[in-house]
Design a binder for this molecule. Structure first.
Ligand code: FES
Length: 74
């Protein structure tokens, strides 16, 4: 069992409320069909809006069409 001193630093994941999930790379992403894709980038943007043509990676398509927010309760 690893001690506190030999544990790797936790990988930081940042959630953009209107955009991608930013993950410190490199990463290997397993898709629902079992295939994997990888990126060696320092920071990897994973699409959370499902509009990307490069899914699972963000291609900034989320910027062109903002996600609709539910109406505020009255
Ligand atoms: S989050 Fe950027 S294209 Fe989906």
């Amino acid at each position: 069992m690893p001690t506190g001193t030999d544990r790797p630093a936790p990988r930081r994941v940042r959630l953009d409320p209107d955009g991608p999930v930013l993950v410190e790379g490199p990463v290997e992403v397993e898709l629902p069909d079992g295939t994997t894709v990888s990126s060696d980038r320092f920071m990897v943007a994973l699409c959370a809006c499902r509009r990307s043509r490069r899914y699972p990676f963000c291609d900034t398509s989320h910027r062109r069409k903002p996600r609709r927010r539910p109406p505020a309760p009255s």
